[in-house]
Design a protein around this ligand. Structure first.
Ligand code: PAF
Length: 305
């Protein structure tokens, strides 16, 4: 596995791959890799000729009171894990090379970024789309892989790709979960053991929502109340940032549940803000949509884009 640190070198490498007609698969990350990232890398390995992953903790997507400084980092372990997944190139650029002094160009997707996490994390998605656009420009991927865990991020990037008519296929892959159902995230490293146990409540509440929909409940307010009640009942320290049920195209809240909806939530467990979601399509199956299953079977929106 090649390690490339300089933007120019990465660009040259990508250009050579293009000339050789190699299909480039790209997994942008902020490192501290877990099974979620690794599953994207393994899929890219199967589907493309050259697999590139980037590790860059992007300062632009963190608010002033957020965890940029303490975001977990372990580059040596990341290198080893990526190597095991058959990654060809790990690109980890330096901040000064990505954002040289005087950097003043930003990408902003309107609308989709306003609700959900956009409400409590001002400027976050502008930071994400700016860095992803920049990484796309450097790495020149044919296929880019993202996890459904950050569903709003995935939808926003998909919109950017569509609006700018970029020649990139985006694949949104299923959420990798712990046995408890807790969605894998680099930020889970912040949780103490008891907090980690408590954090299972996010997934439990999503399953509860899904069961309600399956048994015919169409009122999002009632479902959200059920979710709130179940979270408060089983965790004294959990603080709900939001629970929303939105249309997957507009990311606007729905008045009743029909078609495809995203049920998303952000909850603080102690000081750690965790997010999770499920996508439910009420029209998909004649028997009623079944999304409750083992972690591995859940939430597949592969091939959506
Ligand atoms: O999901 C992430 O890890 C980041 O938001 C991303 C897409 C790598 C951009 O910094």
């Amino acid at each position: 596995m090649k390690i490339i640190k300089k933007v120019d070198k990465m660009k040259t490498y990508a250009k050579i791959m293009k000339k050789e007609n190699k299909l480039i698969g790209f997994i942008p990350t902020m490192g501290y890799l877990h099974e979620g990232h690794l599953s994207l890398m393994r899929t890219a390995r199967k589907q493309t000729d050259t697999v590139i992953t980037s590790i860059f903790v992007n300062p632009l997507q963190f608010g002033p009171d957020e965890d940029f400084k303490k975001y977990p980092r372990n580059i040596k372990k990341d290198e080893e894990l990526a190597r095991q997944c058959g990654v060809d190139v790990m690109f980890y650029p330096e901040n000064e090379d990505m954002y040289p002094e005087g950097f003043a160009t930003y990408i902003n997707v309107e609308g989709l970024t306003e609700g959900l996490c956009g409400k409590s994390r001002a400027g976050h998605f502008r930071g994400v789309t700016t860095v992803v656009m920049k990484l796309f420009e450097i790495v020149k991927p044919d296929i880019a892989y993202f996890g459904q865990k950050d569903a709003q991020q995935a939808f926003v990037i998909k919109k950017m790709i569509e609006d700018l008519r970029m020649d990139i296929t985006m694949k949104i892959m299923p959420i990798a979960r712990e046995e408890s159902g807790l969605a894998m995230s680099s930020r889970n490293a912040y949780l103490t053991k008891p907090e980690k146990k408590e954090a299972g409540i996010l997934f439990t509440s999503l399953k509860l929502a899904e069961e309600s929909v399956n048994s015919g409940e169409k009122d999002p307010k009632k479902i959200i109340k059920k979710m709130r009640d179940s979270i408060s009942a089983s965790s004294a320290s959990a603080k709900i940032d939001y629970i929303s049920i939105v249309d997957t195209k507009s990311l606007k809240e729905v008045r009743d549940i029909s078609g495809e909806v995203l049920i998303a939530l952000a909850v603080f467990i102690g000081k750690t803000r965790l997010i999770d979601n499920i996508i439910i399509n009420t029209e998909k199956s004649e028997e009623g949509y079944k999304n409750v299953g083992t972690p591995k079977e859940r939430n597949t929106v592969q091939g959506r884009a």
